[in-house]
Ligand binder design. Structure first.
Ligand code: FAD
Ligand code: N01
Length: 541
């Protein structure tokens, strides 16, 4: 790599690479390119770095992959010096970590904040990209890396009257920078996905009253968070190289859980229940790995789903509320499993009410609150935990024009097509980090981000060394990869849920299982083999 650095031949006037987004992906991409001698700049819409962890400041926001694993692995010194204070770090702590990384590697001088990219256009003559900011400024570069995030385009549902509400409207992914004080407030909370499930217990602990509007009950398992212990930290820090390697090559998701080599039906009922109970007590998404077929076999999944429904019935005292909270419409974890702290127990509080809007949707927001199911509710604050236009939303929000002025959002009208989730046919020299068609949101995202960034950097070095200027996915290779992505999904229960993985949360969005579920280690091997095979499926020029 050092030799490659000296050989970098791209001239400095036109940037080698423009990176859009300053979350985990954009920051590492910048660092990596710089160390290789490429000129690069990051453009970020927010006032500061952090991405997900800059925007999602709602109470209770934290990761549900253990902090020792949900962190960069690219720098051994960073890995050793940073100290996580909890098993699952809070949003403020993760944001401090990201800021630390930005400072430690002197990244800020190449990051342009408060700058939203509105358009990106490929010029076939020069082979360059021109990106245009919301203010109309243009930036020219040879390559473009979209590190725009899979969960960065937040969405408010189109409910009549939203503008007329007299109180405060908050969205979990656009939370104010200062903590919001709910003391004495009547709160209407809409949405019971991971964000709502994390936020509701803490809002309820402070507010006068919280009414939760639930359209679809979700499965949630307890986090059982704890303060970091010296022993646990040491056990990771002593073995980081080996553990990170195992994570990168893991069959499943890039997170080291306690994997089982047995199917749920291979053991007797008592053993199965004991295993679920043990994992429920130790907490976290490790629950999902109690058996190796929970996302493959409907019958096995049913046993885990029944166990969680049993827990909900045990925890929630009011039987009607408990019944309303029971998820029956999708297999456990076919929508992303939620990991909570006291979520179900929150419904035992006197100041919390659950309103089931499955059959009686919210008809309108009113100046005083909202109306649903023929009843009017009065609120001081509305909290929307209504999620994201996931995986494609941030990319489609940019007017991206490739060859022949082809527009990416048009190309993706029937669902996103991509070769490896890294490049799209017809859009040369444009890379996506954790794009649709890669393991992405089904994995420990930092492991996936590092793999994509390393692959892209290696690819640019290869072009550089070979005196080439252009790389583009062949549409045939892209089609074949799309078939592989679909086939992998069909081998699982994932497509059985109307999830955001399927685009089902956005009215009018094409239904297609977007991430690649064939396993992170497997995917990593495929990407490496393709590169070693002269970038098979890509045209290089
Ligand atoms: P992001 O962090 O989303 O950063 C993208 C950046 O691009 C944003 O700052 C955005 O402002 C910017 N941007 C987008 N479009 C433009 C534009 N047109 N112009 C300029 N800037 C633009 N993943 C896990 O693996 N484990 C977890 O425990 C976990 N917890 C999560 C908790 C929450 C609340 C959420 C919302 C997500 C969580 N995720 C988790 C997923 C998380 O998004 C990723 O782990 C990771 O942070 C993504 O980093 P990124 O850099 O790819 O994208
Ligand atoms: O969003 P979601 P999220 N009326 O789409 C409801 C990551 N994350 O922000 O299911 C009423 O999951 C909607 O109802 P329904 C993680 O990957 C991780 O919570 O469509 N309700 C649903 O209940 C996660 O999966 C963590 O029927 C409406 C909710 O809003 C992803 O981000 C924490 C509605 C949206 O749930 C997204 O999570 C937070 C309407 N009109 C986020 N429209 C961790 O802990 C939508 N809803 C790691």
């Amino acid at each position: 790599m050092e030799q490659r650095k000296r050989e970098a031949r791209f001239n400095a006037e036109i940037l080698d690479v423009v990176i859009v987004g300053a979350g985990f992906a954009g920051l590492y991409m910048l660092h990596k390119l710089r160390t290789l001698g490429f000129s690069a700049k990051v453009f970020e819409a927010a006032e500061d770095v952090g991405g997900t962890w800059y925007w999602n400041r709602y109470p209770g926001a934290r990761c549900d992959v253990e902090s020792v694993q949900y962190s960069y692995s690219f720098d051994p010194a960073l890995e050793q010096e940073w100290r996580w204070s909890e098993r699952f770090a809070t949003q403020p702590e993760i944001l401090r970590y990201i800021n630390h990384v930005a400072d430690r590697f002197d990244l800020r001088r190449d990051i342009v904040l408060n700058t939203r990219i509105k358009a990106a256009e490929f010029d076939e003559k020069s082979g360059h990209w021109t990106l245009t900011t919301a203010d109309g400024a243009a930036i020219e570069s040879r390559f473009c890396v979209m590190a725009t995030g899979c969960l960065s385009a937040s969405r408010l549902p189109a409910i009549d009257g939203l503008d007329c509400f007299a109180g405060e409207v908050l969205h979990t992914a656009l939370w104010p920078r200062e903590p919001f004080d709910f003391t004495g407030k009547r709160v209407g909370a809409i949405g019971t996905g991971s964000s709502g499930i994390q936020a509701i217990p803490l809002i309820a602990a402070q507010a006068q009253h919280v009414t939760v509007f639930q359209r679809t009950p979700n499965f949630s398992v307890p986090a059982r968070n704890w303060d970091m212990t010296d022993d646990y930290e040491r056990s990771w820090k002593e073995s980081y190289p080996a553990l990170r390697k195992r994570a990168r090559e893991s069959t499943w998701s890039g997170t080291l859980y306690e994997f089982s080599d047995k199917g749920a039906m291979e053991v007797d009922e008592a053993t199965r229940q004991a295993e679920y109970e043990r994992r429920w007590q130790t907490g976290g998404a490790n629950f999902m790995h109690a058996f190796n077929d929970l996302l493959i076999s409907e019958a096995s999944n049913q046993t885990a789903a029944d166990f969680v429904r049993g827990k909900i019935r045990q925890i929630v005292r009011d039987p009607r509320t408990a019944e309303a909270l029971l998820p029956f419409d999708h297999p456990l974890a076919a929508k992303r499993i939620c990991v909570d702290t006291d979520y179900y127990a929150t419904y035992n509080r006197d100041n919390v009410e659950l309103v089931d809007i499955r059959n009686e949707p919210i008809n309108a927001i009113t100046p005083e609150g909202l109306s649903a199911g023929g009843r009017d509710y009065a609120f001081d604050v509305l909290v929307f935990a209504t999620g994201f236009d996931a995986m494609t939303g941030a990319l489609n929000a940019i007017d991206i024009r490739g060859r022949d002025q082809r527009c990416l959002s048009d190309e993706w009208r029937d669902g996103p097509r991509s070769y490896l989730g890294l490049m799209v046919a017809g859009f040369p020299n444009l890379f996506t980090v954790t794009g649709p068609g890669s393991p992405s949101v089904l994995s420990n995202m930092i492991v996936s981000i590092e793999q994509h960034v390393d692959w892209i950097a290696e690819c640019l070095c290869h072009l550089n060394e070979a005196g080439l200027d252009l790389i583009e996915a062949y549409s045939g290779a892209q089609t074949e990869w799309g078939q592989e992505v679909n086939a992998a999904a069909e081998r699982t229960l994932y497509p059985r849920a109307g999830s955001w993985y399927m685009g089902a949360n956005i009215p009018g969005k094409a239904r297609m299982f977007m991430p690649y579920v064939g396993g992170l280690g497997n995917y990593r091997r495929i990407c490496a083999e393709i590169a070693a095979d002269g970038y098979r499926g890509f045209r290089l020029q």
